[in-house]
Design a protein around this ligand. Structure first.
Ligand SMILES: Cc1cc2nc3c(=O)[nH]c(=O)nc-3n(C[C@H](O)[C@H](O)[C@H](O)COP(=O)(O)OP(=O)(O)OC[C@H]3O[C@@H](n4cnc5c(N)ncnc54)[C@H](O)[C@@H]3O)c2cc1C
Length: 512
C-alpha cells in the first residue's frame, strides 16, 4: 500500500526546490525533515549563476529578489576565485550574476513556495531506516509521535553532506578532504577603521591593510566586500580539525584566526555573517540506486565556496520533471537514468573550476605565485573572463543528448530569444513560466506543429517570429534545456522524423 508517490528526505534548499519542481510537474511529494524549524545558521550567502536564470524563466525570480538583502541582482560582481578576485565589472553583459540571499531566508522562501504549490512538509521527522524492492521504497521515520513507516514509489536523499540516505543505500562517496579551515565574516566598520576608496582599510594604531588577498607563513587573509558599509573578512589556515557545520563560528574564533594569520589584533564591528567551512571534493558513484535518488550536498561536495548551493538546486530542477513523469506512468524508458548522466557531467564541470581554485590558491612557493600572477593577467582579457564566468555560472553545460551533432543548441540551456507573436513581443523566458515542455516553431512550419499536437496534453506549442533565427524549431524540456532543434530549412521528412523521435524519447507515447 503506497502512502505517497515521492518522499524527499531533508527540507534544505535542495529538498525544498525538488518539492517545488515536483508540484509544478503535478506530483505532491512528502518532505521529511528532522529539524523542528528552519534554523538561522548562516551558511551560503546567496544565489549565483544559472539557477538565477532558471528562476527567471520560471517567473519566480522576483519572489527571491524580494527576500534579498540587496535591492537587486548584482549583475557584474567582483568575486573571490582561487585566492584572487575575478572582476566582471568591465563586461557589458557579464556571464555571472549574484543575488545576496542568506540561506535561512532562501529556505523560508522555498518552504513557503513549496507549501503554496501543495507539498506536505513534516518537520521533526527523521529518517532512520530504508529498504527498497522493485515496486516501492520504505522509510522508517522517527517523529514526535514515535516511530512510523512511510511507503513511496521513490525516495530522494536531499539530506546534506553527512547523508543518512547515502549511507543506508550504501552508495560510495569517493573523493578528497582538504586539511584546511576557512573562516568568512561580514562585520560593520568600527570607529577605529577607515574604509578607503580603493578598498584598503586604515586601522588606527596598526596602519594600512590592503584590499584583496594577503598571504603569510600561517595562511591567507582577505579583505573585501560588495557592500560599502561592511568589511568582508576571510582567513584560511591549514588545520586538520573536524568542525560541526551546525556549530556557528564566534567573533572570538575569527579574531584569533586573524591574529594567527596576520599577526595583528584587528578591531571588528558588529557581525552580520560568521561562517566557517572545511573543504571536500566528493561525488556519489551513482545518483540513482533503484528507487532512491541523490541530490544536493548528499550527492556532491566542492572544495571552493559559491558552487554547492546552485549545483544542488539545479539537480532538483533536472530531477523534478523526470521523477514526476515516472510516477505518473508516462516516462519513456531510461528517462530517469538520464538524471545520473546529466548531473554527473554538470558536477564534473563544477569540480573542474573548484579543484582548479584549490591548486591556484593553496600554493605558497614562487611557482604558485607566478601561476596566480599569470592567471590574473589573463583574466583582464574579455574572452578568458567570459569563459571562466560561463564555467562558474554553469551556463556552458551541454548535456550529451541524442542528436547532439545535429544542432549546436541541443543539450544547452535555451537562450532567452526575443520573439514576435500575433499577441505582441514575448521571449523564451516568458513561454517557460508554465514549467511545461515547449515546442517553439520559429519558421512557420505547420507540419511540425501538427506532429507536436499528438503530445499537446503534455507540451505547449508556440509559433513566433524572430530577428535572427538560430533554428527552424526548438523543443525545450521543462528544465529549459533544448531536447531537439530543426536546422534552418531542414527538409520536412528529416525534421518530422527528428521531432517525432525527440517527442517520444522525452515525453512518451502520443495521446496518452
Ligand atoms: C558555513 C557554510 C558556508 C557555506 N557557504 C556557501 C556559499 O557561500 N555558497 C554556496 O553555494 N554554498 C555554501 N555552503 C554550502 C551550502 O550551504 C550547501 O550547499 C547547501 O546547504 C546544500 O543544501 P542541501 O539541501 O543539499 O543540504 P542541507 O542544506 O544540508 O540540507 C539537508 C537537510 O536534511 C536534513 N536531514 C539530514 N538528515 C536527515 C534525516 N535523516 N531525516 C530527515 N532530515 C534530515 C537536515 O536537517 C537539513 O535540513 C556553505 C555551507 C556551510 C556549512
Amino acid at each position: 500500500m503506497i502512502d505517497t508517490d515521492v518522499i524527499i528526505v531533508g527540507a534544505g534548499p535542495t529538498g525544498l526546490m525538488l518539492a517545488c519542481e515536483l508540484c509544478l510537474a503535478g506530483v505532491r511529494p512528502l518532505v521529511l525533515e528532522r529539524q523542528p524549524q528552519i534554523r538561522d545558521i548562516p551558511k551560503a550567502g546567496g544565489l549565483s549563476g544559472q539557477i538565477l536564470e532558471l528562476l527567471r524563466y520560471r517567473g519566480e525570480l522576483e519572489r527571491f529578489e524580494a527576500a534579498s538583502t540587496a535591492p537587486e541582482l548584482i549583475k557584474a560582481p567582483r568575486l573571490p576565485w582561487g585566492g584572487m578576485h575575478v572582476d566582471f565589472t568591465p563586461l557589458a553583459d557579464p556571464p555571472m550574476q549574484v543575488l545576496p540571499l542568506p540561506q535561512p531566508q532562501l529556505e523560508r522562501v522555498l518552504d513557503e513556495f513549496a507549501r503554496e504549490l501543495g507539498a506536505e512538509i513534516r518537520r521533526e521527522h527523521e529518517v532512520i531506516g530504508l529498504r527498497q524492492d522493485d515496486e516501492t521504497v520504505t522509510a522508517e521515520v522517527h517523529g514526535p509521535d514515535g516511530p512510523a513507516r512511510v511507503i513511496a514509489r521513490y525516495l530522494a536523499g536531499c539530506d546534506g553532506a553527512s547523508s543518512r540516505v547515502r549511507d543506508l543505500a550504501a552508495i560510495p562517496f569517493p573523493g578528497i578532504t582538504y586539511p584546511e579551515v576557512q573562516r568568512l565574516a561580514l562585520v560593520t566598520v568600527p570607529e577605529s577603521v577607515t574604509l578607503l576608496e580603493n578598498g584598503d582599510i586604515e586601522v588606527a594604531g596598526l596602519g594600512r591593510i590592503s584590499f584583496g588577498f594577503t598571504r603569510t607563513e600561517r595562511g591567507e587573509f582577505a579583505l573585501g566586500s560588495t557592500n560599502p558599509e561592511l568589511m568582508g573578512l576571510y582567513t584560511s589556515e591549514e588545520e586538520a580539525a573536524e568542525y560541526d557545520d551546525d556549530e556557528p563560528m564566534t567573533v572570538t574564533e575569527l579574531r584569533d584566526s586573524i591574529r594567527r594569520v596576520l599577526g595583528v589584533d584587528l578591531p571588528l564591528g558588529e557581525p552580520s555573517r560568521l561562517t566557517r567551512f572545511t573543504f571536500h571534493a566528493r561525488q556519489v558513484e551513482r545518483y540513482r540506486d533503484g528507487r532512491i535518488l541523490m541530490a544536493g550536498d548528499a550527492a556532491h561536495l566542492f572544495p571552493s565556496p559559491g558552487v554547492a548551493l546552485g549545483a544542488g538546486l539545479l539537480d532538483s530542477v533536472n530531477l523534478g520533471w523526470k521523477l514526476a513523469a515516472d510516477t505518473q506512468g508516462w516516462a519513456p524508458g531510461g528517462l530517469l537514468d538520464t538524471y545520473h548522466v546529466e548531473r554527473q557531467l554538470a558536477c564534473a564541470r563544477n569540480m573542474l573550476h573548484a579543484q582548479a581554485q584549490v591548486a591556484i590558491r593553496r600554493g605558497h612557493d614562487p611557482a604558485a605565485v607566478a601561476l596566480r600572477e599569470l592567471f590574473q593577467e589573463l583574466m583582464v582579457d574579455e574572452q578568458p573572463l567570459r569563459r571562466l564566468g560561463a564555467l562558474m555560472a554553469g551556463s556552458d553545460i551541454r548535456y550529451p543528448l541524442p542528436g547532439y551533432d545535429h544542432h549546436a543548441l541541443i543539450g544547452t540551456f535555451s537562450p532567452d530569444l526575443a520573439l514576435h507573436t500575433d499577441q505582441g513581443t514575448t521571449s523564451v523566458a516568458e513561454l517557460t513560466h508554465t514549467a511545461r515542455p515547449v515546442l517553439l516553431d520559429l519558421a512557420d512550419r505547420p507540419e511540425l506543429r501538427e506532429i507536436a499536437r499528438g503530445w499537446q496534453h503534455r507540451i505547449d506549442i508556440h509559433t513566433a517570429g524572430i530577428d535572427h533565427r538560430p533554428a527552424d524549431a526548438l523543443l525545450i524540456r521543462p528544465d529549459v534545456h533544448i531536447a531537439w532543434a530543426a536546422t534552418i530549412d531542414e527538409p520536412t521528412d528529416t525534421a518530422a522524423l527528428g521531432l517525432r523521435q525527440a517527442l517520444s524519447g522525452w515525453f512518451g507515447t502520443p495521446g496518452c
